[in-house]
Design a protein around this ligand. Structure first.
Ligand code: 5GP
Ligand code: ZN
Length: 112
């Protein structure tokens, strides 16, 4: 399967990693939309949030533990935003589920 994020997860494509364990990896977004913009992904290929099931949701729960850990480590005390784009109309361009962790500026709501 030709998946950029699987290739980042297995080291075929380089990325600036900020966290890694057996099941999750986090790395800086190539085109940051905030002073800090990290992508947190499962190492296993899950296409989108619409494909989360009872069988694979443990890694998604773990992603949110990792997000809290990174937020503490990087002193995101003022707050941060977590975004998941699911499907084409939501703007998902990479079809491997990922969570944008953004911080360092104010964010408007509702998101456009
Ligand atoms: P989406 O639009 O699918 O929610 O988010 C995909 C994100 O992946 C975008 O913010 C884009 O900048 C980022 N991205 C795409 N290709 C690469 C890559 O090869 N390396 C890194 N670090 N980020 C990427
Ligand atoms: Zn993948």
């Amino acid at each position: 399967m030709d998946c950029i994020f699987c290739k980042i997860a297995n080291g075929e494509i380089p990325a600036t990693k900020v966290y890694e364990d057996d099941t999750v990896i986090a790395f800086n977004d190539l085109e940051p939309q905030a002073p800090t913009h990290i992508l947190v992904i499962p190492k296993m290929h899950i296409t989108s949030a619409a494909d989360i099931t009872e069988e694979n949701s443990a890694v998604i729960a773990h992603i949110f533990e990792v997000i809290a850990k990174i937020a503490k480590e990087q002193n995101m005390d003022d707050g941060f935003r977590v975004v998941n784009n699911c499907g084409d109309s939501a703007g998902q361009t990479v079809k491997h589920v990922h969570f944008h962790l953004m911080s360092g500026r104010s964010f408007t709501w509702p998101a456009g």
